[in-house]
Ligand binder design. Structure first.
Ligand code: G4P
Length: 521
């Protein structure tokens, strides 16, 4: 028997405390031994690669990774989503590979822009969410106000699982409304030391020995109101994406961490069936199948290797196994699959549905690829998005055309940027969903490919993948609009438009041509 799997991501707005919480989860899970290691490791890595300077300057994390830890017989796979403000395809795709998410919000700020966007992505895929209201050791907003905000902005039923006794200067601990235990701040640092005090319930007179009279009165009043006013916990409603259990805590001071891990273990869904053609793939299936949701180049600057991150969807993967990318390519023998532990990467001998394995390769594996033993399925729903920003790439040294093409192709493959080769003219055009990706592109061109280039405004603002039922219709459209036609990395025809309005206008005039804002691979 394999241990149960929980594959999840943390979604949050920058600064809400995702890094701190990640670190504490790994610490409690025994995967790291010193608080501060996640950050320290991050800085190390940053120092090694130039383009990552952007991360440092902007205080963001562009690269996402996988961290695996075990606790009480459950294996947790935590997928890191880049937390910067520019919504990127990378973030979206990472969320396609998880079964649930933890939403971290800052008690003083509530739901912020990025939290909301990431939440929308989760909703699209019915990913259930556990909410963690962080930083209750600091002054924060009224808990009722925060709960109402989650309920209203996200249209979810909320169920408080714990309750903070005051916040900031008046903080006296967090009361678990279901286990009837109190986690108290102790010592000079006012941290939770890991020993909650048990009570028979909120009416237990012993509470008066632990809390101040004001704190206790407040807890009783508020908890009563909260239990009456919000939903009670319903695991099915949570798994269906209709209800979010809410934990109050402090990642920095260790409040709520054990409860969060417990909730993931007890309530979060195990690996779910994944949408695929000809039929959804259930994790119980015997055949080994998975999909690539991320490709990362040059994780190790010494080797120009590439790691494709595959989410295993069914079967028991064994090292050395031959898997075939559906639709293209020959079977590949996966001799050195990588499992990601917090501190190290290890060669995996076996992996199970819900696990993420890294497959080293030289560019054969692409984001969106399905891998399987028989090449008889294809996972769906990993789209490319129409870029919102287009730029013309201008080479400073014209002898570097070949290197530039390689770099642009590589990065298109990783999903960092999209590249379009216009039918007319020699200036290639790149497209991105967020501004930040432009900086990443330039910086990597320079650092990894030694290509000095500049980006100039393109005469276009957006792009659509075009198709038509009849080849003749497509040809007559492309002939007439040649100056706006380009090919993407996979040679698909793309119509470049000056505005979304123009797309609408042209689409009206050519009803037989389809204009798609996303392209599924
Ligand atoms: P992020 O990954 O979501 O961007 O957030 P991160 O964990 O880096 O936390 C952002 C800041 O909030 C950090 O402070 C961190 O120490 C602080 N923080 C996180 N959780 C808590 C909490 O529960 N309580 C309190 N009081 N603070 C918390 P910083 O000063 O910006 O960074 P650092 O100098 O501490 O590294």
């Amino acid at each position: 028997m394999t241990s149960p799997r929980r594959t999840f991501a943390i979604i949050s707005h920058p600064d809400a405390g995702k890094t701190t919480l990640t670190e504490k989860l790994l610490y409690v899970g025994g995967a790291i031994h010193l608080a501060g290691e996640v950050k320290a490791r991050g800085q190390n890595r940053r120092a090694r690669s130039d383009w990552m300077k952007i991360e440092q300057q902007r205080g963001i994390s562009v690269t996402s990774s996988v961290m695996t830890f075990e606790k009480d017989g459950v294996t947790f796979n935590l997928l890191d989503t880049p937390g910067h403000e520019d919504f990127s395809e990378d973030t979206y795709r990472t969320l396609t590979a998880v079964d649930s998410a933890v939403m971290v919000i800052d008690a003083a700020r509530g739901i912020e822009a990025q939290t909301r966007k990431l939440f929308e992505v989760c909703r699209l895929r019915n990913v259930p969410i556990i909410t963690f209201v962080n930083k209750v050791d600091r002054e924060g907003r009224d808990p009722f106000e925060l709960l109402d905000e989650v309920a209203e902005m996200l249209q979810l039923d909320v169920c408080p699982m714990s309750w903070p006794v005051g916040m900031g200067g008046e903080f006296e601990g967090v009361y678990d409304l279901y286990a009837n235990t109190l986690a108290r701040p102790e010592g000079g640092s006012r941290e939770f030391m890991g020993a909650p005090v048990a009570f028979t319930g909120l009416a237990d007179p012993a509470l008066a020995d632990t809390l101040s009279p004001e704190g206790l009165a407040r807890l009783r009043d508020e908890a009563e109101l909260a239990q009456g006013g919000y939903s009670t916990f319903d695991a099915e409603a949570y798994r269906g994406g209709d209800l979010t259990p809410v934990y109050f805590g402090s990642a920095l001071k260790d409040f709520g961490i054990a409860e969060l891990i417990g909730a993931l273990a007890d309530y979060a869904p195990p690996p779910r069936a994944q949408p695929a053609e000809p039929a959804a793939v259930a994790p119980e299936g015997k055949e080994v199948t998975g999909f690539i949701f991320k490709v990362q180049a040059n994780m190790d600057p010494q080797h120009r290797d590439r790691i494709a991150f595959m989410r295993l969807c069914s079967g028991t993967f064994k090292r050395g196994m031959k898997l075939t990318p559906t639709g293209h390519g020959k079977p590949i023998a996966v001799h050195s699959p990588i499992l990601f532990f917090a501190q190290d990467r290890e060669i995996a001998d076996e992996a199970f549905p819900g696990d993420i394995i890294g497959i080293p390769n030289h560019g054969t594996l692409r984001v969106g690829d399905t891998l399987s033993e028989k090449a008889d399925v294809r996972f769906t729903g990993l789209p490319n998005f129409a870029p919102e920003i287009l730029r013309r790439v201008v080479l400073k040294d014209p002898t570097k055309t070949k290197q530039l093409r390689k770099a642009l192709d590589d990065m298109a493959e990783e999903g960092v940027t999209q590249v379009f080769y216009p039918e007319i003219g020699s200036n290639w055009i790149i497209g991105v969903v967020g501004q930040l990706q432009l900086d990443v592109l330039l910086s990597r061109l320079d650092a990894e490919y030694k290509v000095a280039a500049a980006l100039e405004p393109a005469p276009f603002d957006t792009a659509r993948w075009i198709s038509a039922g009849d080849a003749g219709d497509l040809k007559s459209f492309t002939d007439i609009n040649r100056s706006a036609m380009a090919r993407d990395r996979d040679d698909n025809p793309v119509f470049l438009a000056k505005s979304a309005w123009e797309v609408g206008y042209v689409a009206d005039r050519y009803p037989k041509v389809k204009f798609a804002a996303t392209r599924e691979r």
